[in-house]
Structures are given as C-alpha cells and as structure tokens.
Design a protein around this ligand. Structure first.
Ligand code: 2IP
Ligand code: CA
Ligand code: CA
Length: 376
C-alpha cells in the first residue's frame, strides 16, 4: 500500500512538472488549447477548454501507475478522453510510448510538427521523479490494489490554469482566483463500497521563486481505510468565527441563506478542488455547492484526505433530505463507483445532488440545519 501511495505521489509530482512546463513556455501553451465539444463538455462554461496538457497528464499517470500495478489496469479513469484533434483536423490518440523518442514523434504529429515543443514534453513525460520524503517511507498499510480504482483530474480549474494570473492576493487566506487554484487530483476508491480511500492533491503553482520566476509546488496526501487514517497534514481546529467558501456561480438563494451565518466570512474561489483544499487546510469550515457541476474526479482525492482527517463530503440533496426526515446519525457521503442513471457522457459521473465538504461534523450540522429550514 505504501508502494501505491508513493506511486501516486510520484505521478502527481511528474504531472505538476508537466503543468508548470506548459505554463512557462507561453508559445507552447498557446498550442495546447482546444475547445471541448459534444457530450464531454462541462455544461458549466460557455467555453470550456481541454488542453493537451490535461490529456497528456492523465495518460502519464495511467501509464506510470498502471505499469507498477497491473491489478489496476482498466480501473484508472479520469476526466479526459485521450483523443485529441490537431489543427489539421486529424484525430490522434494521445499515449505514452515505450521510448522517449517514440513519444516525441507522436507528439510531433499532435503538435502540428512543432519539434522543440514535442521534445520538451517527451523529456518531461519520460523523466524519473525521485521522491525525497521520509514520511512516505514510514507509511505501512495493507490495502490490496485489486480492491481499488482511481479517478484522476489531471488539471482542475483549467480556466484559471489557462488564464494564468500569477499573483492574486488572498482574502481570508483564500485566493479568489489565479494559478494557485489549478491542482492535480488523484483519488483511489474501494471498487466494491465506492468509498474514497486514498487521495493526493498536488499544487503545482504553490509559490513562485522571486529570483528565478520558476514555480515551486507542494503536495498533500491522506489515507482512510477500515479504521486506519493517515495524512501528511494535521486536522485543523474548528474556529470560533467559521467561514464558508463558495463558487462564484453559486445561486443567489444559497448565498442569501448563508450570509447571516458567515457575514464577511462568506468567501469565493475558483476551482472545485481548491475549495475542497481550503477546507482540508482549515481556511474554510465548509464548501457548499448546490449544483451538480462537479464530478467524481474532482471530489475523490480531496474527499479521501478529508476523511483521513476526520471530516467528510456529503451529497447535499441527499443529506438535506435525511436531515429533514430527522436523521441524525451517519449522513450520505459521496461515493465513487456508480454512474448516475439516465445520464450520458461526463454527466454520468457528476455529483448531481451538489455537496458539502466539511472538517467538523458539528459545523456540517449547522450548515444543514440552516439550509433545511430555508425556502430555497
Ligand atoms: C471544474 C473547475 C471549476 C469548477 C467546476 C469544475 O473542473 O474546478 O473551477 O467550477 O465545478 O468541474 P467553480 O470554479 O465555479 O467551482 P475543470 O477545471 O477540471 O473543468
Ligand atoms: Ca475538475
Ligand atoms: Ca480538469
């Protein structure tokens, strides 16, 4: 198990480097943008972008982790499809080849014969990432990989990733927008129960070196399995003046109901994964989302980390229903193995009932009690 954890952390580090590389080479980055179409389109944005960086990163994680753990073959899924259309209208399958040379020549075709870009990326894809993290070596856990499956969001908050604002001043410790919210999310869940088990969140744009202007990243991980909880972070306290973080597109009704509870501490940020990370880090007591605009690949990794720290993530609609019916025991948490009935494309994996990410159960109860009695 510790080997799987290390493998996922290593894959997230390599992913973060690819994400940084694509941003640092502006010319390269412009090449990588392609508009999403059809049923894979996230209905949330009028213009949603799929970048080659996204597709590539997902394939790299699949390739590296799948090679080490053949038991996971066919059970590593993510947001992106590996078909990519270049500007000549050719559809190409993005994959990691056996050698760096072969990957470079595939990328050469995908990138409209841009050789420097293809070689830069191929080198990043085939590089060895050496983890120097003694804490990871001490993790001893026995979870058979054949019981797990994986959800990947290669880059969450793609819009902010593309926009690329480097320094956005935080409000209440939370960056409302900017590159900070672009994250790599890798989560593992139990194939039979659907419960989240292991999560890695990598922040590729954590800090910009003032001298070199190069990005430095940071990662966080957590494991929660059959009563064992381990995490790279410690559980944050419940603050006397709690805050909540919302999407800027959260409904006016929800904002109106939550305003009296939080006042000035009603905060807004981009990126579903980033808002969940804010709860994990104790920068917000809750992230409330009333719409089905997140997906299994957004929530699986943060959810596993929240559980490792004693928090959780409930399905808002189901939790409100349970609460209104007087249920005060376990509330319905999100699960990861079942597609939504009657949906097609990405929608099959949407967290359709919305969600609440929380660290302290008592605070979840405050949120539910407030929403349950409001006219929404
Ligand atoms: C998006 C991204 C958006 C989020 C949306 C996710 O994923 O995290 O930022 O919307 O729910 O699906 P918001 O920022 O309003 O919370 P992606 O960037 O991977 O498409
Ligand atoms: Ca996402
Ligand atoms: Ca994404």
């Amino acid at each position: 198990m510790s080997a799987l954890l290390k493998s996922l952390v290593g894959a997230s580090e390599k992913s973060a480097r690819i994400a940084q590389l694509c941003r640092q080479e502006e010319a390269l980055f412009q090449l990588l943008i392609e508009e999403k179409t059809g049923t894979d389109k996230n209905k949330k944005f009028v213009q949603d972008f799929k970048t080659l960086a996204d597709v590539l990163i997902q394939e790299v994680i699949k390739h590296d982790v799948g090679k080490e753990f053949p038991e996971l073959h066919g059970h590593i899924c993510g947001e992106e499809s590996n078909k990519f259309e270049n500007s000549l209208g050719e559809t190409l399958v993005v994959q990691v080849c056996t050698t760096q040379r072969d990957t470079a020549s595939l990328l050469f075709k995908i990138l409209d014969r841009n050789q420097p870009a293809a070689e830069l990326l191929a080198a990043a894809i085939h590089q060895e990432v050496a983890l120097q993290d003694p804490a990871l070596d001490t993790v001893a856990l026995a979870i058979p990989p054949e019981r797990l499956a994986i959800w990947i969001d290669p880059i969450d908050s793609t819009n902010q990733y593309i926009r690329g604002q480097a320094s956005v001043a935080p409000i209440g410790g939370i960056c409302p927008s900017g590159l900070r919210s672009a994250l790599v999310l890798i989560g593992a869940y139990d194939r039979s129960s659907g419960d989240p088990v292991l999560g890695v969140i990598n922040e590729p744009f954590f800090r910009e070196d003032p001298l070199t202007h190069r990005w430095q990243g940071v990662y966080h991980w957590g494991v929660s399995y059959q009563g064992t909880s381990l995490c790279s972070l410690s559980r944050p306290p419940l603050r006397p003046e709690p805050s909540v973080v919302l999407s800027r597109s959260e409904t006016p009704a929800i904002q109106r109901v939550l305003r009296p509870l939080y006042g000035e501490r009603l905060l807004f940020a981009s990126g579903a994964g980033y808002k969940m990370l804010c709860v994990i880090l104790g920068l917000a007591e809750a992230y409330v989302l009333s719409e089905g605009s997140t997906f299994k690949w957004d929530s699986c990794a943060p959810h596993a980390i929240l559980r490792a720290l004693g928090g959780g993530m409930v399905d808002l609609e189901a939790a409100l229903q349970a609460w209104r019916a007087g249920q005060r025991g376990a509330l319905p948490e999100l699960t990861y193995s079942q597609p939504a009935g009657g949906a097609v494309g990405a929608e099959r994996w949407a967290n359709r009932g919305g969600l609440v990410a929380f660290m302290h159960r008592e605070h979840l109860e405050v949120v539910l009690a407030t929403l349950a009695t409001a006219a929404l």
